[in-house]
Design a protein. Structure first.
Lengths: 99, 260
């Protein structure tokens, strides 16, 4: 009986930790996307690269929404796309369009 | 108590059924977006345009009947309304809406005097001030004038391809050159401030060369066309935003009257 209880507790701890890791990685993605978007904004992307900035912003919003619906994979994907577009916006804003 | 539970369960089931039956029609949204694209949505409202694109991309991968899709659709509709508003807005308060200014090759952020635009449209032979944005056809100039006012065409970023909408202007130039054998034309290519000087000099020359080749194709003798690439200088407006840079990416015609 005691052994069963111990196994159940350990399983519970394991699942909780795994969920934590998943959650953390999603939060990390979201955090990276947010900070990339912030950098893009600060580098003047709203004026110099508004299209790229808009795309980054759109994907970030999608990532946040998917995260709130516990769609971790979709959220991570959208966050990655947001980071990608933020980088494009930063590049364009700092040295202009890529030629 | 039981009755209440049954009733609320039934209501919930009915509501969710109704909700699930609402099909998200992406094609309608896409159609509306395409119409706005034709009206220069990208130039007039680039940020919202980008957001709509990302939402649409996400919507296409979503299950068509999910609640998230419905929520996204509402957001897209809002953004499209915003874009529509920006397209018809008059930021510089010169009485010309944004999309019209883009069509005329003007900058929607800089006020243009309406009279000047009207003159340019009517192609009246009038000397215009070397203002920022007017496009004039060469036939507006008196034959005694060595052309003072340049004809201007604009290019996409990093491209020397002539945009379709400028072809009629070039046809007018070619016609003018053919009917005035004593006139030579100098085409100067310009770029915006982005990229290295060396690259831009090359690109500017390529733009001038593209226009030259088009005129030759229309039957103008190559001996009468001189080209020059100016590159990263002689901007018309500052390079602060995409529209300003678009204004600066240009080729200008300077007509030299040999009779003068």
């Amino acid at each position: 009986m005691a052994r069963k209880f111990l196994v159940t507790v350990l399983c519970f701890i394991g699942i909780a930790n795994a969920a934590d890791v998943l959650k953390n990685s999603n939060i990390e993605y979201l955090d990276a996307a947010r900070s990339a978007l912030k950098t893009a904004y600060e580098s003047g992307a709203t004026l110099k690269a508004p299209y790229e900035y808009g795309k980054a912003k759109g994907f970030y919003k999608i990532a946040v929404e998917e995260s709130s619906n516990f769609n971790v994979d979709k959220s991570n994907e959208a966050a990655k796309k947001s980071i990608e577009w933020s980088l494009k916006a930063i590049e364009k804003a700092s040295q202009g369009e890529v030629k | 108590m039981r009755k209440n539970i049954i009733a609320s369960t039934l209501i919930l089931a009915f509501a969710s059924n109704v909700f699930a039956n609402q099909n998200v029609d992406i094609s309608k949204i896409q159609e509306r977006f395409d119409k706005l694209k034709e009206k220069h949505a990208l130039e007039c409202s680039p940020e919202e345009y980008g957001m709509v694109e990302s939402y649409l991309e996400s919507l296409k991968t979503e299950n068509n009947q999910s609640v998230d899709s419905l929520r996204l659709t509402v957001k897209i509709e809002d953004l499209l309304t915003k874009i529509e508003k920006n397209i018809n807005s008059d930021k510089d308060k010169d009485g010309i809406p944004c999309y019209k200014e883009i069509e005329l090759g003007l900058n929607p952020n800089i006020p243009d005097v309406i009279e000047k635009v009207k003159v340019a449209q009517n192609k009246e032979p009038e000397k215009l001030d070397t203002g920022v944005k007017e496009k004039e056809a060469p036939k507006t100039y008196k034959s005694t004038d060595a052309i003072i006012q340049p004809v201007r065409i604009h290019f996409y970023s990093n491209s020397s391809k002539i945009k379709k909408e400028y072809l009629p202007y070039l046809n007018v130039v070619a016609k003018y050159l053919k009917t005035h054998p004593d006139v030579k034309v100098k085409i100067k290519g310009y770029t915006d401030n982005i990229g290295s000087k060396k690259y831009n000099d090359k690109l500017a020359l390529k733009r001038a060369e593209a226009v030259k080749q088009y005129l030759i194709k229309l039957g103008v003798s190559p001996n009468r066309i001189m080209i020059d690439g100016v590159g990263k200088s002689e901007y018309i407006v500052s390079n602060n935003n995409e529209l300003d840079r678009f204004t600066n990416r240009r080729a200008e015609f300077y007509i030299i009257n040999l009779a003068e």
